[in-house]
Each structure stands twice: as C-alpha cells, then as structure tokens.
Design a protein around this ligand. Structure first.
Ligand code: 3LM
Length: 403
C-alpha cells in the first residue's frame, strides 16, 4: 500500500497480506505459538537471520505483523513493534535506549504507570530522571546534561490535557542528538503524527482508541526500521512483552473505524466541554478544544482536533466529587479511555495513584480533578447525565462565595 494513501484507507488496507489459499477478506488469525521448519537447516538459518520465515510468536507472527505495518503506515513511520500492553510499549522504547548512567527527561505529568516506571524502576537501575515543565521548551533544553539520552512526553498529557509544542521539542532533541519519544495514545495518528515534527519514536496504548472496543490490552511502538529491529531483537524478545495474535487481530478490526470514531469522540467531547465550562457547579475545565485552554492554538496545526478526553474540577470538596461520580448513570466509573462507552474516573486515587500527593501537585494534577473519556453515545444523553449529577452538587462552604 503506497504511503500517499489517506489515513482512512491505510486504517483498512495497509499491511494487508493476501490470503492466496482461500481469499479471506478478513485478516487470517495465526493463533499459533510456534512455526514448523521444513528441516533442521531451515530452522538454524532462521535463527541465524540467514533465511526469512517465522520461528516462534514471541519473536514474530504474521497476524501481528499486519497490525505493525498498518499502524506504522498510519503514523507515517518506517516500522512498528506491537506489544502486550501500552506499558510494554513505553518500557520497550525506554529500556532499549537507556543504560545505567544515562539521563532521561520527561514531561512532569504523564500516565501514572509511566511515571512509576521512570521514577521507581529506571532509577533502581542507575538511570537518572528529570521531570520538567514542557510548556516551556527552554526548560527542556536547560535540563539537558552530557548523559541525556532520551526525552519522553505525552501531549495532550494524561490526565490534565496540557499540550506541548512538538516542533520545538523535536528540534531541541535533534540539535542535541537525543532520542525523542512521544506517547500518542490520546490523539492517535488520525489527529496527530509526531514524526512530522522530528520525533523519533511514537508509542501507544493500543488498549485505548486504536482498538476502541474495551476488550484488549495492548501497545505499539513506531519508529525507524533500525530502531524497531533493535527494540524487537533486544528488549521485546528477551523481556517478552509481545502481543497475542488474537489481540492484534481484534485491534485491526477496531482500526478500520478509527477515523470515523475519532470524529464522533471529538465532536461529542467538544459539546460536553463547552457545556461544562458554562456550568455554575464546574470551576475549571481542561480541554484543548476550548478557546480558554493554552493548547487551543495548536488545534488545526500540530493536532487536527482535541480528542475525546476532558478533565474538570467541580465546585465541591472531595466527598462531593465522589458523590458526583457515583451519581453518573451512563458514564461508567472505570479507568481507561477511548472506548465506545463513556467512562469517568478520579486520577488522584486511580490512574495517577503511583504519584505521591506532593508529586501529583507538582505535576499539575489536583486532588479534585475528574477525568472523563467521552464515548460514542448520543451527545444529548451524555449531557443529560452530566446535568443530573451536577445539579445535585452541594457547593462546599468555602467555595460558595465564588460559586
Ligand atoms: C488510564 N492509561 O486510564 P496499558 N500511555 C498512556 C495511557 O493512558 C496508558 C498507558 C500508556 C490508563 C489505563 S489505569 C490502571 C488504566 C497515555 C494507560 C498504558 O498498559 O495498555 O494500560 O497502557 O489512563
């Protein structure tokens, strides 16, 4: 499939292997752990890299390979490595490129387990980590040391939806010969392609929008052919965070509708964010699609649209916040995002609980922040659900004066 095809076409056709035997329209599912060699020499040649062909599904699988080629084409990158989870993708990209004594720079807020991986695990292995405010790219440059090997960021950030300037950060990384990694989970290649801004590696939790149906945990890493080969043949092969072929198959089924799903996620989220922003019981809304958001200037440029995740704070205390969440009917109380179903969760006690309270506040994640993943339901029904629960909020005494 030529690279010049549009993303809607790539989401359906890229990487497709023709089933010459039966002509199956749907991708064949090679649900096998191992592959039979014609003879011992062929097996030895495949292990030595001197003959093409599959060996064992931890090392590669034809169904998985189609997913990798499809997502690589959608990100406009040379190749991809599918992983068992999004954390498998984050850790695969980081562990391959960092060794003891190296330094890593990360955006100060990231998904909770990415923070835990960097702050609790990598530091055990002698890797230094600096968390910086990437809203000021100068802070990124100022944090660079002679041993800085990797810059890692999410944009928009999970959970507070801060947006960073990919072109500015990509340029700094290139100038200093540092590998840049962007977690593109929140926007997907349909809305943002970090490679356009000089970013070297893109990671995804494919659990979210790429799959889109809430029935798989998976991840994917996209990059140059050389980088992906390196990741596959070192960390992924030896640590083993490779994807199940069945999960790869399900994600390919989900991907076919990704572009039209993203349109609906975005239009629903925009309406909900505007509704929340004008509501008297809501004190602050974080959504880049709103004019009031600092990241709004990137819409239509770096990011085609703002995505389907909104964060907000209500005019109440923590108990009031819990009651507000508990009253929701259509929104399920659940972590994760990017599914057809709308979800609501409390980052401080759920997705971002690996941070201490002090670390969370320093990262701009308040205790009262509520995050919603806006699904594909009818927007009027979602608005009505938010309204019924917001109406019942009893404004906390200390907030009454400003409410
Ligand atoms: C969540 N996030 O609800 P998996 N990168 C980003 C993510 O949001 C996530 C990952 C990587 C959530 C998961 S919390 C227990 C549930 C930006 C996951 C990791 O390994 O596929 O979960 O992806 O925010």
């Amino acid at each position: 499939m030529s690279d010049s095809k549009h993303i809607e076409t790539k989401a359906i056709h890229s990487g497709r292997i023709n089933d010459e035997q039966f002509g199956s329209l749907a991708t064949p599912l090679y649900q096998t752990s191992t592959f039979i060699f014609d003879n011992a020499q062929q097996g030895a040649d495949r292990f030595a890299g001197e003959a093409d062909g599959y060996i064992y599904s931890r090392l590669g699988n034809p169904t998985t390979r189609q997913l990798e080629m499809r997502v690589a084409a959608m990100e406009d990158m040379e190749d991809a490595a599918a992983t068992a989870t999004g954390m498998g993708a984050v850790s695969g990209a980081l562990l391959t490129n960092l060794s003891c004594g190296d330094h890593l720079i990360s955006s100060k807020a990231v998904y909770g387990c990415s923070f835990a991986l960097m702050n609790h695990q990598l530091t055990r292995w002698g890797i230094e980590v600096s968390f910086v405010d990437m809203a000021n790219p100068e802070e990124v440059e100022a944090a660079i040391k002679p041993n800085t090997k990797v810059i890692f960021l999410e944009t928009p950030v999970n959970p507070n939806l801060e947006v960073y300037d990919l072109a500015a950060i990509g340029k700094i990384a290139q100038k200093h010969g540092i590998i840049s990694i962007v977690d593109n989970t929140f926007l997907t290649p349909v809305l943002q392609q970090p490679k356009k801004y000089g970013i070297d590696i893109v990671v995804h939790s494919a659990t979210k929008y790429l799959n889109g149906h809430g029935d798989v945990v998976a991840g994917i890493i996209c990059g140059s052919s050389e980088m992906i080969m390196n990741i596959k043949m070192t960390v992924l092969k030896d640590i083993g965070a490779t994807i199940s072929p069945h999960d790869a198959w399900l994600i390919m089924r989900g991907l076919k509708t990704l572009p039209i799903r993203m349109e609906r996620h975005c239009s629903n989220a925009q309406k909900l964010a505007e509704f929340l922003e004008q509501h008297s019981k809501v004190s602050k809304v974080y959504y880049p699609g709103l004019k009031s958001h600092a990241g709004n200037k990137f819409i239509g440029q770096q990011m085609k649209a703002a995505g389907g995740v909104i964060a907000f704070e209500i005019n109440s205390d923590l108990a009031g916040g819990s009651q507000f969440i508990n009253r929701m009917k259509l929104f399920s109380i659940a972590v994760s995002l990017g599914d057809a179903e709308s979800l609501i969760q409390h980052p401080a006690s759920m997705t971002h609980s690996p941070y201490t309270q002090e670390e969370r506040l320093a990262a701009g994640i308040s205790d009262s922040l509520i995050r919603i993943s806006v699904g594909l339901e009818n927007v009027e029904d979602l608005l009505a659900d938010l309204e019924q629960s917001l109406t019942l909020i009893e404004v906390a005494a200390d907030k009454r004066a400003v409410a």
